[in-house]
Design a protein around this ligand. Structure first.
Ligand SMILES: NC(=O)C1=CN([C@@H]2O[C@H](COP(=O)(O)OP(=O)(O)OC[C@H]3O[C@@H](n4cnc5c(N)ncnc54)[C@H](O)[C@@H]3O)[C@@H](O)[C@H]2O)C=CC1
Ligand SMILES: O=C(O)[C@@H]1CCC=N1
Length: 263
């Protein structure tokens, strides 16, 4: 019997699987995975993760079934297995598939929980939101909390916050990578070598974030500590205000929260 069976081994699910192996939370031999894309099987094998022949085999031999496919295909992928999932436990990361949505098509005996992770779990620095409303047994819920805690920070949040808060932490890495890239471009424009510029940008971002997390100071206070009167930083701050950095980031979160209305 395996501890977790991953259905779908794409960007997010593989980051979680490889993160929990690196964190020594589970051994690779406690994990099995299945992906319709044969290339993903190569990735599983290279990390000594067993490759299931099909979803039937994966469900039969896994204590937890992990749903790591795109939201658009969750129901079509699970539909043929609704009976086989009876009395099983599901961990799902599909955006929009919260507790209530799963209740509409799973058997009542299938226990399930919705988690919104982010890709930095791969380097054990994730931010994962766990929906408070779930139907796992107590020890199963503890397992899920411990698993995501092994690969980053965890917050248990009420259902109504899952999609909104999950947008900040789940989509946020993409926004932050754009900021890193742009900061580096600025330095490259002024003559800094490209690789050095990425290191400076990323380490600066990580250091500033750690400082806020550890001091709990208001970000504005921390910003003021960098801005010398008449100095260089405040000139950069003015350029960012001119470019509506803050308004743009606020809009980015709103656009991501309301993405379905835009389609
Ligand atoms: N990428 C991210 O940063 C985050 C993603 N998520 C959620 O994670 C889920 C997966 O997203 P990504 O990893 O980005 O997508 P992805 O496209 O990288 O991974 C999805 C995987 O599912 C596989 N797949 C599709 N149909 C399948 C089937 N019938 N059986 C087995 N495997 C199948 C695909 O081949 C692919 O490897 C989504 O539901 C998304 O909402 C949640 C938080 C963050
Ligand atoms: O873009 C997406 O739909 C997924 C969900 C959160 C991050 N990536």
């Amino acid at each position: 019997m395996k501890k977790i069976g991953f259905i779908g081994f794409g960007n997010m699910a593989s980051a979680i699987a490889l993160g929990i192996i690196d964190a020594k939370f589970l051994n690779a031999n406690e994990i099995i995975a299945y992906d319709i894309d044969e290339n993903k099987a190569e990735k599983m094998r290279s990390y000594h993760i067993d490759v299931a022949h099909d979803i039937d085999e994966l469900i039969a031999c896994s204590e937890f079934i992990f749903v790591g496919v795109k939201p658009q295909v969750v129901e079509s992928v699970l539909d043929p297995y609704i009976q086989k999932l009876e009395n099983k436990a599901i961990i799902s990361i599909a955006l929009g598939y919260d507790f209530d949505r799963y209740q509409t098509f799973l058997d009542d005996s299938t226990r399930h929980i919705f988690v919104m992770p982010n890709t930095p779990v791969r380097v054990l620095q994730g931010m994962s939101l766990i929906e408070e409303k779930h139907s796992l047994k107590d020890q199963e819920f503890e397992f899920v909390k411990n698993m995501f805690s092994a690969i980053g920070q965890v917050e248990v949040v009420s259902s109504h916050l899952m999609s909104t808060a999950g947008t900040l932490s789940g989509c946020g890495p993409a926004f932050v990578y754009m900021i890193i890239e742009a900061l580096a471009d600025g330095a490259v424009k002024e003559g800094v070598p490209r690789e050095m510029a990425y290191t400076l940008a990323s380490q600066t971002l990580m250091g500033a974030a750690k400082m806020q997390l550890e001091t709990h100071l208001h970000p504005g206070v921390l910003k003021d500590q960098v801005c010398s009167p008449g100095g260089s930083t405040i000139c950069g701050v003015e350029a960012l205000e001119d470019g509506k950095l803050r308004a743009t980031l606020i809009s980015a979160i709103s656009a991501a929260v309301h993405y379905q209305e835009k389609k």
